[in-house]
Design a protein around this ligand. Structure first.
Ligand code: AMP
Length: 364
């Protein structure tokens, strides 16, 4: 009876059955958890860094306004910009190209991550990108090229775009400011609910973006992220240092992202979650892949992982408890080997049954 009751089969089943059922249920819901060690990380995370574009917002941008320098018409500026942007994969580039329709072709295309693109169109040097990209300073250039009146219009366009949550893009032709194109992104309908769910799970959300402060704060306000927790104007290679900064401040950090730019930060984070519609490198660098582009699935993945982890602990507790209680009973001669066998079988059934409860997990 002692030998039978001491059989550790329920203990052997405790962990793998819970992982099997938990990750299987995750797969059904489109939450792909890469390995068992990840479950433990989900338990500890207290901070979640969200990439803005493509994670909190749809990542599909559109042109909302074009302001040009005196003497230039809108279609010239936008078609020159589109000619250069045609070589870029950036959502901003797609917005400008779609808006332009027909456009000339560019040569000498070059892209600088987090800054913009340059190229030659009809013999003119064209640069399209953010304001402070080396020589792309609106005010300085505009003073020399466009005169005071024009400087005012372009700077106003720039400022009002930023204040209203848009992303102003500067177009320079032959080093003169030719115009400011404002692009806008839309926030996903589900993002605010997702952030509320993440907060309920005890996580403090941070917003991380290469975009300007105004656009970042407008998004943060709308989805319920504290404006103090916004990192704006972050260059692609600095994203990882923001994660390190939070970790050094004693936080355990989860990161949700989708782009090539996010891969290093996803790998550095204690828990990396990649949106499935994102790039392969982001998915490869992450611990959990979310098959849909709904941010609520990040909250579901964390909830399911935590639940799986606590199921493992529950299973181990009961598997041990059976042995701890029944071994002395058997040793004292109070247990018939037949009943010992039954009790052991029951403990295994109990553990498997407890794990199977994870099948009922629902995404909110
Ligand atoms: P990102 O880190 O890719 O979000 O880029 C940060 C900022 O750089 C954007 O908000 C733009 O101002 C600028 N930028 C990056 N790539 C491009 C591009 N292809 N065209 C225009 N601006 C760009």
């Amino acid at each position: 009876a002692v030998l039978i009751i001491a059989c550790p089969c329920a203990m052997g089943l405790a962990t793998p059955t819970a992982i099997l059922v938990g990750t299987g249920r995750g797969a059904q819901l489109g939450l792909l958890i890469k390995g068992p060690e990840i479950l433990e990380s989900t338990k500890k995370v207290d901070t979640i860094v969200l990439d803005k574009t493509g994670t909190v917002t749809t990542g599909v941008m559109s042109v909302s306004e074009v302001v040009t320098a005196e003497g230039l018409d809108e279609s010239t500026v936008i078609s020159y910009a589109a000619a250069v942007e045609a070589g870029s994969e950036h959502p901003i580039a797609k917005a400008i190209v779609n808006h332009a329709g027909e456009h000339p072709a560019a040569t000498d295309f070059q892209s600088q991550a987090g800054l913009g693109v340059t190229g030659t169109v009809d013999g003119h040097r064209v640069a399209v990108g953010r304001r402070r990209a080396g020589r792309m300073d609106v005010s300085r250039k505009a003073v020399s090229s466009a005169g005071d009146a024009n400087l005012g219009t372009l700077t106003d366009a720039f400022t009002s775009a930023e204040e209203s949550g848009g992303t102003p893009i500067v177009v320079r032709i032959d080093d003169d400011i030719a115009g400011v194109i404002t692009v806008r992104d839309t926030i996903k309908d589900t993002s605010a609910a997702a952030i509320a769910q993440l907060q309920e799970l005890g996580l403090t959300p941070y917003l991380l973006t290469g975009d300007n402060e105004g656009a970042a704060r407008a998004v943060a306000r709308e989805v319920g992220i504290d404006p103090a927790n916004v990192f704006a104007g972050v260059m692609p290679d600095e994203k990882v240092s923001k994660v390190i900064e939070l970790q050094e401040a004693g936080k355990t950090v989860a990161m949700v992202g989708d782009g090539v730019n996010d891969a290093a930060a996803l790998a550095q984070a204690d828990l990396g979650l990649a949106m499935g519609a994102g790039t392969d490198v982001a998915i490869e660098a992450s611990d959990i892949t979310l098959m849909n582009s709904d941010l609520r699935s990040a909250a579901s993945a964390i909830r399911l992982s935590r639940k799986t982890f606590s199921t493992i602990k529950g299973n181990l507790f009961w598997a041990f408890a059976y042995n701890v209680i029944l071994i002395p009973v058997a040793a004292a001669g109070f247990l018939n080997p037949l009943f010992a066998g039954l009790a052991m079988a029951f403990s295994s059934v109990f553990v498997v049954g407890n794990s199977l409860r994870l099948r009922a997990f629902q995404a909110e």
